[in-house]
Design a protein around this ligand. Structure first.
Ligand SMILES: [Zn+2]
Length: 420
């Protein structure tokens, strides 16, 4: 069983150890050490990474880390650390020699970030618990965001209060102590959460604020967290999932918000706090503009329809067959024109947009013996694109063939009618 240095000394980042077993785990080189400061994934906290140093003097004090790869010492990456049957398995970039003494160094930037998030989580969970008796049912620390899942729903007002309470404890720089007790002894203690395991329990105690059973790594005083912010909250499984960022991540979260907000205020020429109102106003204006545009389009479509009817040289009462490519109209505009024509005359109309990919609308007046959707189907089968509709009106798009060729094919499809 590996002796876990981080249980009692979470600030240990360099150490020496002997390789008690060198083996292959899931196809990757791996090692067990007699003692380790590497934290394996558990309790919501991700694993540590770092380096092992093997070679002359690598195992001696001072050899680790500082020696690097100089003087016959080779560095091997610890790419992952996992807990397997009470042992800590170090997954390596290259094999290490069984029985060798090695120096070791954990990636402290990564680990310290995890410590800030994890202690931050204890504070935030304790704050929800103490203020609103809202328990944390699970905790997850991702590479960007960390979340706690609360048993019950929390309002934004409650979230802001819990956030404030957690930060107050951060700024009071309270001691975070590690204690070991038996599970019988623990039963008499006011633990925030019932411990799931028997035997010796490791407790993390934030002075006069929180007491939890936890195997994770924590900062020694709350001040090291710096600050903690809740970045998002959503309903989740009958409760609330709260996303938070502590320490360096809180600063990063602020920086990314600042960038987004700065870009928006520049574009809209308003103050940050005026953004929601400015966006609301823009949305209302857009809605008005769309309505106006639709009105103009309808009026213009009626004109265009009248022009198409007027351009047909046929005798009074005869059926019109209109096949035209029109400039500047989308499928809705073409539909409006076609509908106008089929209402004003006894007609079959096929309209295309001149821009490729071409939109198509085919329509007929009541009583005309043409199946618009069948004609469209034939065009799509031949030229590609997509669309559908009914016998009196069909619309489609995505045709990329030359529009004159599509028009010719359409005239041919409507042929028997054009001759009548
Ligand atoms: Zn914990």
């Amino acid at each position: 069983m590996t002796s876990r240095i981080y249980y009692t000394d979470p600030y240990c980042r360099r150490f020496e150890a002997s390789v008690t077993k060198a083996f292959v785990h899931d196809g990757r080189p791996a090692a067990l050490l007699d003692r380790t400061a590497f934290y394996p994934t558990s309790g919501g906290q991700p694993f540590d990474t770092g380096k092992l140093f093997e070679g002359d003097g690598a195992g001696k004090a001072g050899g680790a880390g500082k020696a690097g790869e100089a003087g016959g010492v080779s560095a091997i990456e610890v790419v992952e650390t996992i807990d397997v049957n009470d042992d800590v398995v170090h997954i390596l970039s290259a094999p290490v020699t069984e029985g060798a003494m090695v120096g070791a160094e954990i990636d402290w930037t990564r680990r310290f970030d995890h410590m800030q998030q994890h202690t931050g989580q204890h504070l935030l969970s304790a704050a929800f618990d103490r203020l609103f008796e809202n328990r944390t049912v699970s905790f997850h620390m991702g590479s960007d965001a960390s979340t706690i899942d609360l048993q019950r729903e929390a309002s934004w007002e409650q979230i802001a209060r819990a956030e404030g309470e957690a930060n107050r404890v951060v700024w009071e720089n309270r001691e975070v102590a590690i204690r070991f007790v038996t599970s019988q002894h623990a039963a008499a203690l006011p633990l925030r959460k019932e411990p799931a395991r028997e035997g010796t329990l490791r407790l993390i105690e934030v002075q006069d604020f929180d007491l939890s059973a936890c195997g994770g790594t924590h900062v020694s005083r709350t001040g090291a967290i710096g600050s903690l912010v809740v970045t998002a909250a959503e309903k989740f499984k009958g409760g609330t999932r709260v996303t938070f960022a502590a320490g360096t991540r809180a600063i990063r979260a602020f920086q990314s918000l600042r960038e987004a907000v700065a870009g928006s205020v520049r574009l809209l020429s308003v103050l940050p706090r005026e953004l929601p109102v400015a966006i609301e106003r823009m949305q209302a204006e857009t809605k008005d503009l769309r309505r106006t545009l639709r009105r103009f389009q309808e009026a213009l479509a009626a004109h265009e329809g009248a022009r198409l009817i007027g351009a047909c040289e046929v005798g009074r009462g005869a059926a019109l067959v209109i096949v035209e490519a029109l400039d500047g109209w989308d499928v809705n505009g073409l539909k409006a024109i076609a509908t106008h024509v089929t209402a004003q005359a006894n007609a079959v109309v096929a309209l295309f947009s001149t821009e490729s990919p071409h939109a198509v609308v085919i329509a007929r007046s009541p009583g005309m013996a043409v199946d618009a959707s069948a004609v469209l189907g034939a065009l799509i089968e031949r030229f590609g694109g997509r669309g559908g509709g009914k016998a009196d009106l069909a619309q489609g798009g995505g045709l990329t063939t030359d529009v004159a060729e599509i028009a010719t094919a359409t005239r041919r499809l409507l042929g028997p009618l054009s001759l009548s």
